[in-house]
Write a protein that binds this ligand. Structure first.
Ligand SMILES: Nc1ncnc2c1ncn2[C@@H]1O[C@H](COP(=O)(O)OP(=O)(O)OP(=O)(O)O)[C@@H](O)[C@H]1O
Length: 252
């Protein structure tokens, strides 16, 4: 029988920041199927960004393996990079360039040919409603406009997996709707979404698979429906509190 390759397959992952045990990972295992809308949730400091950074090869794990579409992240960075898009929490764009110039730059960085860069830039400027400001410097933009440029850059090369670390933080309702609807549209065409956020009502609209993380451990992972049912909770926010408690995570 043919085995099904996962979009993300993490085996026995071990990681610790030197001098900081707060979110160390020990023998972590996680699988995300192709086509899933996967959400990773947990209190501040749980390790969500760290795990995203390990999955995308930005941070090297101490042990274990991470594979994207069956290709190990370690040692295959170039090949893997083209397979996934990353929309980081901190803007990953050139503020002094325009959205058009940013998209052209990152398109070239991904090795797209000139015709494809032109076509994708035009498409994404339209989808993100940035055509009118295509030639203005990004540093003049509102937070919501910068988020849309950040997202467009992350998907310029049509990746099959997109990592999104709080992609809507600080945006207005209009931008949130536009971003969520665009992500749902990409997913309906087969793109796997790996997403994290503290916006749990938005997450509930977006995600079908949920992993709850606390202090470096995945404390639950299943479909959203199964988790709500199993823990007898009404929504993702109630489930979050049920699984992670109400205590602040203020240890430094
Ligand atoms: N470069 C670093 N060096 C040492 N410790 C770090 C580093 N980056 C993060 N940490 C620590 O690792 C833990 C996990 O941080 P991380 O940013 O992954 O959590 P998070 O779940 O994404 O939190 P948030 O919801 O606040 O974004 C925290 O205790 C944080 O202080």
């Amino acid at each position: 029988m043919e085995s099904v390759v996962s979009a993300v397959h993490i085996s026995n992952l071990t990681f610790r920041y030197p001098g900081n045990d707060a979110a160390s990972f020990t023998d972590m295992n996680l699988q995300v199927n192709k086509g899933d809308r996967f959400g990773l949730f947990g209190p501040n400091g749980a390790g969500k960004t760290t795990l995203m950074n390990i999955m995308t090869g930005l941070i090297k794990a101490d042990g274990g393996t991470v594979a994207l579409n069956g290709v190990k992240v370690d040692g295959h960075k170039f090949r893997v990079n083209h397979m996934f898009g990353f929309v980081p929490q901190d803007f990953s764009l050139y503020q002094e360039l325009s959205p058009k110039e940013n998209l052209e730059f990152f398109g070239a960085w991904y090795g797209l040919d000139r015709q494809t860069i032109k076509q994708r830039t035009d498409e994404l400027l339209t989808v993100m409603d940035l055509q009118d400001v295509r030639n203005k410097q990004v540093q003049l933009f509102s937070g919501g406009m910068k988020r849309r440029v950040n997202l467009a850059i992350g998907v310029i090369h049509n990746p099959s997996i997109i990592f999104l670390d709080e992609p809507t933080v600080g945006v207005d309702v209009q931008t949130r709707h536009a971003i969520v609807n665009y992500l749902l549209e990409l997913n309906s065409k087969g793109t796997t979404l790996i997403y994290t956020s503290h916006q749990l009502s938005e997450a509930q609209d977006l995600c079908n698979q949920v992993a709850m993380m606390d202090q470096g451990k995945i404390v639950a992972h299943d479909s959203l429906d199964n988790l709500l049912h199993a823990h007898e909770q009404e929504d993702l926010e109630a489930l979050f509190l049920n699984l992670t408690g109400k205590k602040f995570r203020d240890d430094v």
